[in-house]
Design a protein around this ligand. Structure first.
Ligand code: TMP
Length: 208
């Protein structure tokens, strides 16, 4: 049994993570938790600068390995500056994406070998692992419809459907491998149904 609460949210683009984070945080605050909301890549001043590099469409020539190490540099800073201190202080951390995204996007999406990602991620996240991960899952077509309405797309959102199909399959596979950590939510349902499932899960795991 872990005595810290580190919750992550994952899913392909357009599945409604931001809305879900708002619900999660409200439910946990109602349960008396001191909640810290953060994200990857980002969450710190240094990490947000790295995020800008990663998402900029001007950096189309970035290699997969370079992408991996930029993400991990941002993560190392994020763990040291935000996540670890908050968990040590007994706060509940909600993080928009964490290491599952690295296996899904850089592994399945970009095609980097899993052993490289395992070794590299293992170097910087040995102490605190997520205790609960919500995977918001929807067919790629559903996510694409939602991102089509955005004014600008970033370097990841510019990838094709085949890329996101591999990412989605990897997430689902990881969820299947770790059923105790993952809760998979059908994100093509209505917002009310998604919210209800989040509330049910939190009541089950953290008490009414
Ligand atoms: P966001 O827009 O959902 O915050 O995520 C930014 C992008 O970063 C998203 O397209 C996925 C990507 N990403 C990775 O490729 N690998 C990672 O490890 C993380 C944390 C994010």
């Amino acid at each position: 049994m872990n005595n810290y609460e580190f919750i992550t949210l994952e899913g392909i683009e357009g599945v409604g993570k931001s809305t879900a984070i708002g619900v999660l945080s409200q439910v946990l605050q109602d349960k008396g938790r001191d909640v810290v909301i953060t994200r990857e890549p980002g969450g710190t001043a240094i990490g947000e600068k790295v995020r800008d590099i990663l998402l900029s469409t001007q950096n189309g020539e970035m290699s997969a390995l370079s992408e991996l190490f930029l993400l991990l540099a941002a993560r190392a800073q994020h763990l040291a500056e935000v996540v670890s201190p908050a968990l040590i202080a007994g706060k509940c951390v909600i993080c928009d994406r964490f290491f599952d995204a690295t296996f899904a996007y850089q592994g399945a999406g970009r095609g980097l070998d899993t052993s490289i990602i395992n070794d590299a991620t293992g170097l910087i996240s040995p102490f605190f692992l997520p205790t609960l991960t919500f995977l918001l899952d929807a067919p790629v077509e559903v996510g694409f419809k939602r991102i089509e309405t955005r004014a600008e797309t970033d370097r990841f959102e510019e990838q094709n459907k085949a890329f996101f199909k591999r990412v989605r399959a990897s997430y689902l596979n990881r969820a299947q491998q770790e059923p105790h950590r993952f809760v998979v939510i059908d994100a093509s349902q209505s917002l009310g149904e998604v919210t209800h499932k989040i509330e049910l899960t939190l009541n089950e795991k953290f008490g009414d």
